[in-house]
Design a protein around this ligand. Structure first.
Ligand SMILES: Cc1ncc(COP(=O)(O)O)c(C=O)c1O
Length: 373
């Protein structure tokens, strides 16, 4: 065995021992209860046609963008899209990134400076944590949704410039952040609030604008991240906020400057999804809410299960136990995935059920009953 393979095999062996070895698999014949395509837009024929039509009208059609946004990867259409995004999310400006991972890395690594403090919910996504690692600011977590602990940390660091990072819908637990309380605290302590709306984009708010707009808080939250690989069914992400924020990121975000821009068709896909939501967000969100209620009302012995969003988390505990449970559901036709440690904390390994507008009522009832057993 080569030296490299020897080194890598040791780590892989450890993952096997912990039961956390990851493997790629596709279960296309099963009922989808695992994707983030909550509104079914990823396979919406109208969107595909509309995106193609817009693309055909643009004068330059490239298969790829050929360079970064600052070199050859920009196009006037992207300006138009970014204005549409800004308007939808009630902000001055927006900047599209290649993914939500990149957008979070960008914000967290480039904005907080040495001497600043980042306070983040312990359940924040890996992209937020990875972004903070690249920052020279100090960082401290607070317990999930614990506004008292956040307040005492804001008091403790009152002399510093603090940034607070939360998600509007937590990706692994599916519960919501107390955004209003956190936003008020940030205003009280002049901290800057960053809200990752990855899982509420499309699924909440007028035109799918997300939870902060839905709560009327858009003007109070200076930095928001919206992603397009989930309910919008395509790919990419945007950071929304002021024109100054946009210019800052264009100038100082390494994740924006040093990467090839998305191909033009990715931008037309995002545009088509926003356009579609303007006409259809109400019926889609209502259907999704009905499916959520149907699932929770059939979770017979699990009345404490939270169903605040399309993500429902059922804690099993233990990597092996959770994998066994997921495998049993898959064998019965349901594509439910096990989320293992270290992705979630040890002991909190779980089934992560994602509900969609296209899940049939029968399949939802059957799955809820199987899990309840
Ligand atoms: C809360 C949250 N933020 C950011 C991301 C990353 O988004 P993307 O998949 O577009 O890279 C994810 C994806 O899982 C997420 O759940």
């Amino acid at each position: 065995m080569s030296k490299l393979n020897e080194i890598l095999s040791r780590k892989l062996e450890q993952a096997h021992i912990k039961g956390s070895f990851r493997q790629l698999k596709h279960n296309s014949s099963l009922f989808d209860f695992c994707s983030n395509d909550y509104l079914g837009l990823a396979s919406n024929q109208y969107l595909e046609d509309r995106s193609r039509t817009i693309l055909k009208k643009l004068s330059h059609i490239y298969y790829g963008s050929g360079g970064s946004r600052l070199i050859s990867g920009h196009h006037s259409f992207i300006d138009e899209l970014e204005q549409l995004i800004a308007d939808t999310h009630e902000s001055e400006a927006s900047l599209v990134f290649n993914s939500g991972y990149n957008a979070n890395m960008s914000v967290l690594s480039s904005i907080p400076q040495k001497g600043d403090v980042i306070l983040y919910d312990e359940l924040c996504h890996a992209s937020i944590k990875d972004g903070m690692r690249l920052s020279f600011a100090d960082r401290y977590s607070f317990q999930h949704n614990d506004t008292q602990e956040l307040k005492s940390k804001l008091q403790k660091f009152a002399q510093k410039q603090c940034y607070v990072v939360i998600e509007s819908v937590y990706s692994m637990d599916g519960d919501l952040a107390p955004i209003k309380t956190i936003s008020d605290l940030c205003e009280q302590f002049q901290a800057i609030l960053i809200v990752d709306e990855a899982h509420s984009t499309g699924t909440f708010g007028k035109d799918g604008s997300g939870i902060t707009c839905d709560l009327g808080l858009a003007k109070h939250i200076p930095i928001r991240i919206h992603t397009y690989g989930k309910a919008l069914g395509c790919h990419g992400a945007s950071v929304v906020g002021s024109n100054i924020l946009k210019n800052y990121l264009i100038n100082f975000s390494r994740q924006f400057i040093y990467t090839t821009a998305l191909p033009l068709h990715s931008y037309t896909n995002i545009y088509a999804a926003y356009e579609y939501l303007k006409d259809h967000y109400k019926e889609l969100q209502q259907t999704l809410n009905t499916k959520q209620r149907l699932f929770s009302s059939n979770m017979l012995h699990n009345k404490d299960i939270i169903c605040q969003s399309p993500i429902v988390s059922i804690i099993i505990g233990g990597n092996e136990e959770t994998k066994t449970k997921a495998k049993s559901l898959q064998d019965q036709g349901f594509d439910v995935r096990a989320i293992l440690s270290p992705t979630v904390p040890l002991g909190k390994e779980r089934l992560r059920v994602c509900l969609h507008v296209f899940n049939t009522d029968e399949s939802i009832i059957q799955l809820a009953k199987l899990i309840s057993q």
